[in-house]
Design a protein around this ligand. Structure first.
Ligand code: ADE
Length: 711
């Protein structure tokens, strides 16, 4: 969780360090953004776009639609805009401009203006308008002079805008009319709006209310809409109703909601007072004002666009951060869990040969009492590769090499020792097979090699496939027996644990009673069995294993072929005559191989008198790697089996072991004992040593790898 904390701290400090940047409102944010823009060089901010086609025909004010804002290069520069009409094509260009200089052959003398008011310029073959202005980004909105003049009148001398009797239009019936017939026959519509100076009101922002304005005015200019302004300052609350040309600013703000049928108030930023404004198109629509939640129609798209984008982006960004953070925490937590779990299963040993002294070997506890760990397999679904450093090569098989390796801990220099089985790119199928078997949650058992995870790695020598498992410094059973003479107790432990491992594989239920698909190993031999520190066995190398799935057809089983190591192959496998109708036949072949391994173990027990040098089953009778044909001669033609000398039968326990072995390598597969039965027999043998005349325990070889008995 350390990493988790770290990320949390990082996020917190990021947040904290950005506190001064976090706006209390989106207005603050845009102010800050502008401020930061100004901070670039302190010069003016202007729109900067090359001449771009526009539909703005010069009759009304228009938006330059320029998305680029620049901080002008020189402090004396002002914002400017150029509108041209040439062969029917209209363009707008926006830029910074030094008013002391000419722009397209024209001096701009309006640069002291706060708005960009277009002035016609002489230019042969085209219509040219230009403007310049001082305010920030003032060349974004272009005003054409005829309209702008009116605006000045309106905004500066608004009271003049009040209708005089002469301005009221009457229709043919003598009623007030909003239509004005022009001499050229056109009919121009004028809006009908409430028109009252600022008056005290009881209207509050939570409510909708009537203006109480008794004056209805036909708006002076076509295109004008109704508007209302609600203000609150320390002294009082007022409401003002007017006609307004939406192309122009009202108290420094553009109103973009003028197409609305209702006057829905929006707050505008003003220093020292709260001000709300609305505009609308329907007749006298500014008579009732609404303070509702902001609706989409209320959004001032021009000013609010960045805010809207920001607001809409905040939730997904927040969710994304939360997801990434949770995923990270999950990963760290999982990794720690794996390490902890493995730590729990760790037993530290010292071994002069295998250099066990430098680390705790990851092993399954020999005296585990934890049911859950017996019933569940470790599967790491993480995509991130484990921090592993390869150490020495400890084994080489048909498809892969096995390395001792260091699994680094997150936080410290500490590490745990693991085994890494590395399959080259070409052996993907073997890796996949073994990985799939290991991934069977029901495989986990104290007498099955503990699996950590499978990985695909890209290395300098190409793609590799890894299986990461517990490391056992005693190595495999063949190596162990070659180096050690064992006592009866060791025999009993090694043999019993081997049979329990095989019985677990073959079983259709877990030790906890959960249903399980039986597995057959199909390559049982002493080099595929590892010796744990407590001198119990664990099975490994499941590259040829299969599940005895009841749904497997005879064809499926037939296709699985003659597999395994010739020396350990049962007679029916050697002659490819397995009874495919009965899945038990596959278990029976495993039992035969197990019998040969039990013989190997027994052959090294000092309870039977003189112990010969280690020899594999059929030792010198065949070559080191005998072929199937030579094994057929021995096992099928001659019905040969490894020798059990009479001296072995003098020990009660060993006698029983030998009887068991004989029953397990019976030529008739059906006559063989089941692995379950062998395991039970070993259980019953526990005390047979005491009954025997000669006790091996006196000559007991220490169990720990630290004291090596090499022969
Ligand atoms: N040889 C093959 N697998 C091994 C393991 N997991 N530990 C030690 N030696 C091995």
């Amino acid at each position: 969780m350390g990493g988790c904390l770290w990320l949390h701290t990082l996020l917190w400090s990021l947040t904290a360090s950005s506190i001064p940047l976090i706006p209390r409102s989106l207005d603050d944010l845009s102010t800050q953004l502008l401020q930061s823009k100004w901070e670039m060089n302190g010069n003016r901010l202007c729109k900067l776009c090359d001449a771009t086609s526009t539909s703005c025909n010069g009759e009304h004010g228009c938006d330059s639609k320029c998305m680029v804002t620049t901080s002008c290069e020189y402090p004396e520069e002002v914002c400017a805009a150029i509108w041209r009409k040439n062969n029917g094509t209209i363009t707008i260009e926006t830029r910074c401009h030094d008013p002391k200089l000419e722009l397209y052959g024209h001096k701009l003398d309006d640069f002291n203006s706060d708005r960009c008011v277009m002035k016609k310029k002489e230019s042969p073959g085209e219509t040219l308008y230009m403007c310049s202005c001082l305010e920030e980004e003032c060349n974004s909105q272009l005003l054409f002079s005829d309209v702008t003049d009116t605006h000045h009148t309106v905004s500066q001398e608004r009271t003049l805008h009040k209708p005089s009797t002469g301005e009221i239009l009457f229709d043919s019936k003598g009623e007030i009319s909003t239509k004005q017939s022009m001499p050229d026959g056109r009919i121009i519509l004028h809006a009908l709006c409430k028109f009252c100076d600022e008056e005290q009101t009881t209207c509050r922002t939570e409510t909708e209310c009537k203006s109480n304005c008794t004056i209805t005015s036909i708006c002076e200019k076509p295109g004008e809409v109704c508007a209302a302004i609600w203000r609150k300052n320390d002294a009082n609350i007022t409401l003002e109703t007017i006609c307004h040309d939406p192309r122009l600013e009202l108290y420094g703000h553009m109103l973009y909601d003028y197409n609305s049928s209702k006057c829905v108030m929006r707050e505008k930023k003003m220093i020292g007072e709260t001000i709300y404004m609305c505009s609308c198109k329907e007749e006298e629509c500014n008579n009732v004002i609404f303070f509702t939640e902001e609706t989409e129609t209320n959004i001032d798209w021009k000013n609010d666009f960045p805010k809207v984008v920001l607001i809409s982006l905040l939730p997904p960004i927040g969710i994304a951060i939360a997801v990434i953070f949770s995923f990270y925490c999950y990963r760290v937590h999982r990794k720690n869990k794996i390490s902890k779990k493995w730590e729990k299963d760790t037993k530290c040993t010292r071994h002069p040969n295998m250099d066990c002294s430098d680390a705790c070997a990851i092993m399954m506890d020999d005296d585990r009492s934890d049911i859950s760990s017996t019933c569940a397999n470790n599967l790491n679904h993480n995509t991130e590769l484990l921090p592993i450093e390869l150490d020495i090569l400890v084994g080489k098989g048909r498809f892969a090499e096995v390395y001792k390796a260091k699994l680094k801990q997150n936080t410290s220099e500490q590490f745990e020792t693991v085994a890494v089985k590395i399959f080259p790119y070409e052996e993907y199928a073997s890796w996949k097979m073994e990985k799939d078997i290991f991934s069977d949650i029901n495989l986990k058992h104290e007498n099955v090699l503990q699996f950590l995870t499978a990985e695909e790695r890209k290395t300098d020598v190409g793609k590799q496939y890894w299986l990461i498992t517990a490391f056992h410094c005693n190595g495999n059973l063949q190596e162990y027996l070659a180096k050690h003479i064992i006592s009866w107790e060791d025999l009993w432990k090694l043999g019993g644990s081997l049979s329990r491992g095989v019985a677990h594989l073959h079983s259709d239920h877990t030790p906890c009673g959960r249903p399980k698909t039986p597995i057959v190993h199909r390559d049982l031999k002493s080099s595929n069995i590892l010796v744990k520190n407590d001198l119990t066995c664990c099975l490994c190398d499941f590259g040829l294993s299969i599940w005895l799935d009841p749904s497997l057809s005879v064809d499926d089983l037939a296709n699985s072929g003659q597999v395994g190591t010739a020396r350990y192959m049962a007679p029916e496998v050697l002659e490819s005559r397995i009874n495919l109708e009965n899945v038990e036949s596959f278990k029976q072949t495993d039992v035969y191989s197990m019998a040969l391994v039990l013989w190997e173990i027994t052959s090294r027990c000092n309870a039977i008198g003189d112990v010969k040098d280690y020899e594999p089953p059929f030792g010198t009778k065949v070559r080191e790697h005998p072929c199937v044909e030579s094994m057929k001669d021995n096992v099928l033609r001659d019905r040969g089996r490894p020798e059990i000398s009479n001296s072995w039968l003098s020990h009660q326990g060993i006698q029983l072991v030998c009887e068991t072995i004989t029953e397990c390598w019976d030529h008739d597969p059906e006559a063989r004992l089941t692995s379950q039965c062998v395991a039970e027999r070993f259980n019953e043998m526990e005390h047979l040593d005491r009954l025997s005349e000669r006790s091996c325990s006196e000559e007991k070889i220490p169990e720990d790898c630290s004291e090596d008995t090499t022969i």
